[in-house]
Every structure is written in structure tokens, then in C-alpha cells.
Design a protein around this ligand. Structure first.
Ligand code: BES
Ligand code: MN
Ligand code: ZN
Length: 494
């Protein structure tokens, strides 16, 4: 992200370039900019209502000041009602403001910071940084025209620089991690094979100081990762297991494993998917992207935790060499799996990746995967299905999600449904029928966690946005990164 964030202790009336103006749901100006309205004798407030600007979060507009204020123009953004302010509202409001500003060709934006009840000023500033950085995100790597170059360059917070320096840095780190994940999800499969994904992880490791080990086909054969190998065997691009490790310079309070599904393209394999919408399946590595993004943030934040990032990457293709329905695989933990559908490939990859991660001596395992359409049916496009074996872990993730502005909702792991995964000829089969698809998939995964405390995030819905919003364009969302970053920060501060 090239946007600079700085701070200066000034009043909004001293701003001569573009000024951000937070407006409440009732149409009144936030207390941080009330001097403006006084200077204009209430004209601004009237102007807003005649323009139909309601103060709703997500609504933003650029207004001229006609020389009546020192500021050249205003970016008005809705922040909702005074009583129910949250970090996420601030994030979205600043995202909408950043988009409106960039659209109007604004390069430098000066921003007051509202006082929000229950949030310290640092948290407000961090949310604003995150909103600007996420809202301004564009994926332009494949555009050959320069049409898109309108970019916000600099945000100046009207605040004590010493008080907001750290929140700015933390917000920035979070943004860069989320936007890295978005870039990976948006990158098409012809430019993102498992090998290339491993290369990107490797480069990141060099850059921010992580250990990185990449298992190629030969090494996967050696360790016995039969499930990963099966999913990848129909593609000319061989599978990879990517293992990143962050080790803190000082004491490590705990060791945590993050596991991601990295299907660089999911055609369904021989159980091929319908053509409609198949292009979205370039994003079937969003779990992997979230893990890689989070490791980047963890390294930059220097958290006192050891974090393992384990990604199972493969391309799921139909081919003469592809694995078939009916095949029986031997997973890394020795269990045999009967393949019913080659389109239930994510749980196969995760089976081996979870076992591998569990064996790194972690106290906690968290996996992220665009795992089931059923989860999208259950919770809709915005909800992450949350499963796990430990109540405190699930609560911690839900709370982190609330602050991150990501919706996680607990779903059950009912032992009774294990029945549905019984196979005629193997230890387990890879699908459990139509009903409760997200639950069955999670139950399948649990068999490969070696008894380690575990949570599973099914991000099939929220990983990909159908439409643009205040926090970014349509496409990959980087969902899960922000939640994990907040969760791990909390965990380190317990
Ligand atoms: N990658 C898909 C799940 C998916 C669906 C992600 C829609 C994002 C949007 C996964 O590999 C898959 O195909 N799941 C099957 C499982 C079924 C065969 C048991 C599904 O959900 O239909
Ligand atoms: Mn699939
Ligand atoms: Zn898939």
C-alpha cells in the first residue's frame, strides 16, 4: 500500500487541503468537526440534508467549500448513530471516504478522529487506517490501460502524533496483510500454480523473516501425504505443502498452527463442476491466502508467539491421471479415505495439512478453507461457519471477528453425523450426502487433528465479494486475516 499516514495536532479549521467530515445518522456533524458548522452558521448541516446525505455508514460525498472555509473541499462520510458506534463502523466510514476522495482525484486527505464510547483513541485511529487502506484497494495487475491511476496518497490525522503512531503502524500492517491475501485470491490460476504460490510464500519469508520449507511431490511421497498427492495428480502443476514458521526473537508464550486450503483452481476434478461460475474457483485458495497474509502480519508485529503457517496447495483437474471416485487414499496419519466425490477435495488436502501441523507441537490449530457450498447456503455470503473443539477458542475467535468486522457464527460438530461418513471399504469417506454438508465436512476434518485443540473456519461465502463495498472492490476479500490478526494479538496479551 503506497498511502502514507501521518498525524498533526491541528484543528479542522486550520486544514487548507481536503478535510474529512464525519456526519452522524441524525444529520449532525460529529463533535470532532463541530467548529466547522459554527464557522458556517449551520450552512453545512443544511447543505447535507438538501443533498440527501443521511449519515448512514457507507455513504460519502465530496463537497466544495466555495471559499467559506480554509479547507478547499470536504469529504463527508456517514458514521451512523452516536450511541452504537463500533470500530467496524469507523472502518467502513473511512473506507467509503477514501473511495470518494480517490474518485474525485484527492491526493491528501486530512482527517479528524471522532471520540467513540468504549474505544480508546488508538483503536479508532487504527480502524480508520484499516478502512482507508482496505477501501482504496484495487487489483490492477492485469490492466494495461492507465485509466485507474487515481490514488489517494496521504492521510493526515488531526491528532497527537505520539498517541497514534503505533495504531497507525498496526493498522497499516493489518491492511497490507489483508491486501496481500486479496492479491493472491484475485490472481488467476494461469499465473498461480501451487508451485508459484510456494514461490510467493518463500519470497515473503525472505522479506519478513520467516522459516519456509516447501514439500514437492517427491517429499510428499516420502512423508506419506497421500491425500494431498491424490488431489494434485490430475494437474500438470504438481502439489506443494508449504510450511512457514514465525519464531519471536524473545520468549514464545505459545505455539499456534494456522492451516489453509490452497486449491489454486477447483474444476471439481472428474466430479466436474457446472460451467457457470467456475471462474470463481480461482479463489479456492483463499484459506491459504489468509494464512500467508496473517503470517506476514505476525512477523511485522513481532508477536511473542510461535506461529506455524501450513498450506496444502494443489490444482484439482480432470485428466487421464486424475484421482477418481472410488479411489481409496492413505492419508498422512495412516487413515484410509474412500473418495466419493473428487469435488470434495479441500477436506482431503486439509486432512494431511492438519496432521502435519498438529505434529509441529502446537497447542492450537486453526484452519481456514473455502470448503463447502452448504456453508454459504446456511449463513449466506457474509458469514463464516465456525466449528471447533473448545468453547473458549471459539468465543475468542467470534470476539476478534466482531472487532475485525467479520461475521463468524458457530455451527455444531454433532457426533451422530459421523455415521454419514462411514465407508464400505475404507476408514472414512469424503462426503456425507446433501444434508448438513458444512457440518459433515468439519467432522471429517476433526479426524485428522490428532486431538489438538482446533477451530475450523469455512469461508466459502465471505472469501469472495460479489459486489464492491466500502471496504473494497468485488473479488477476493482477504476475509479471515483481520480476525486472525486481532485474535493473535489478544492471545499474546492474555
Ligand atoms: N471449493 C468448493 C466449495 C465452494 C463452493 C467454495 C462455492 C466457494 C463457493 C469445494 O471444494 C466443493 O466443491 N465442495 C463441494 C462438496 C461436496 C462435493 C460434498 C460442495 O460444496 O458442493
Ligand atoms: Mn471442490
Ligand atoms: Zn474446493
Amino acid at each position: 500500500m503506497s498511502i502514507r499516514f501521518t498525524a498533526e495536532q491541528r484543528s479542522p479549521l486550520e486544514v487548507t487541503d481536503t478535510l474529512l467530515v464525519p456526519v452522524l445518522a441524525d444529520g449532525s456533524l460529529d463533535a470532532s468537526v463541530q467548529e466547522l458548522d459554527r464557522a458556517l452558521d449551520g450552512a453545512l448541516r443544511q447543505g447535507l440534508s438538501s443533498l440527501g446525505l443521511s449519515g448512514r455508514v457507507g455513504q460519502a460525498a465530496v463537497l466544495p467549500t466555495w471559499g467559506r472555509l480554509p479547507a478547499r473541499c470536504l469529504v463527508v462520510t456517514g458514521i451512523g448513530s452516536q450511541e452504537r458506534q463500533t470500530a467496524d463502523q469507523i472502518r467502513r466510514a473511512w473506507g467509503a471516504a477514501a473511495q470518494a476522495a480517490a474518485e474525485a482525484g484527492v491526493r491528501t486527505l486530512s482527517s479528524p478522529l471522532p471520540a467513540v464510547e468504549g474505544l480508546d483513541p488508538g483503536a479508532v485511529c487504527r480502524a480508520a487506517v484499516e478502512g482507508v487502506g482496505l477501501g482504496a484497494y484495487r487489483f490492477l495487475e492485469y490492466r494495461t490501460s492507465s485509466e485507474a491511476a487515481r490514488q489517494l496518497e496521504h492521510v493526515v490525522f488531526l491528532a497527537d502524533p505520539a498517541a497514534v503512531e503505533r495504531p497507525i503502524a498496526r493498522g497499516r500492517t493489518t491492511v497490507e496483510a489483508v491486501n496481500l491475501a486479496r492479491d493472491l485470491v484475485n490472481r488467476p490460476a494461469n499465473d498461480l500454480s501451487p508451485e508459484r504460490l510456494a514461490g510467493i510464500a518463500w519470497e515473503l519469508a525472505e522479506q519478513v523473516g520467516l522459516e519456509c520449507t516447501v514439500y514437492d511431490r517427491g517429499m510428499l511421497e516420502e512423508i506419506g501425504a497421500g491425500a494431498i498427492l491424490a488431489v494434485g495428480q490430475g494437474s500438470r502443476h504438481e502439489p506443494r505443502l508449504i510450511h512457514l514458521v514465525y519464531r519471536p526473537a524473545g520468549d514464545s508464550l505459545a505455539s499456534i498452527g494456522l492451516v489453509g486450503k490452497g486449491v489454486t483452481f477447483d474444476s471439481g476434478g472428474l466430479s466436474i463442476k457446472p460451467a457457470e461460475g467456475m471462474e470463481r474457483m480461482k479463489g479456492d485458495m483463499a484459506g491459504a491466502a489468509a494464512v500467508i497474509g496473517t503470517l506476514r502480519a505476525v512477523a511485522e508485529l513481532g508477536l511473542p508467539l510461535t506461529v506455524h503457517g501450513v498450506v496444502a496447495a494443489a490444482e484439482n483437474m480432470p485428466d487421464g491421471a486424475a484421482f477418481r471416485p472410488g479411489d481409496i487414499l492413505r492419508a498422512l496419519n495412516g487413515k484410509t479415505i474412500e473418495v466419493i466425490s473428487t469435488d470434495a477435495e479441500g477436506r482431503l488436502l486439509l486432512a494431511d495439512a492438519l496432521t502435519y501441523a498438529a505434529r509441529q507441537g502446537v497447542q492450537l490449530l486453526i484452519d481456514l478453507a473455502t470448503l463447502t457450498g452448504a456453508c454459504v447456503v446456511a449463513l449466506g455470503k457474509q458469514g463464516t461457519g465456525l466449528f471447533g473443539t473448545d468453547r473458549a477458542l471459539l468465543d475468542g475467535l467470534v470476539r476478534a471477528g466482531e472487532r475485525a468486522g467479520e461475521k463468524l457464527w458457530p455451527l455444531p460438530l454433532w457426533d451422530e453425523y459421523l455415521e454419514l461418513l462411514k465407508s464400505e471399504h475404507a476408514d472414512i469417506k469424503n462426503t456425507g450426502g446433501r444434508w448438513g454438508g458444512a457440518v459433515n465436512a468439519a467432522l471429517f476434518l476433526r479426524e485428522f487433528t490428532e486431538g489438538v485443540t482446533w477451530a475450523h473456519l469455512d469461508i466459502a461465502g465471505p472469501a469472495w465479494a460479489e459486489r464492491a463495498g466500502p471496504l473494497g472492490p468485488a473479488g477476493g476479500t482477504g476475509h479471515g486475516v483481520c480476525t486472525l490478526v486481532y485474535f493473535l494479538e489478544d492471545y499474546a496479551n492474555r
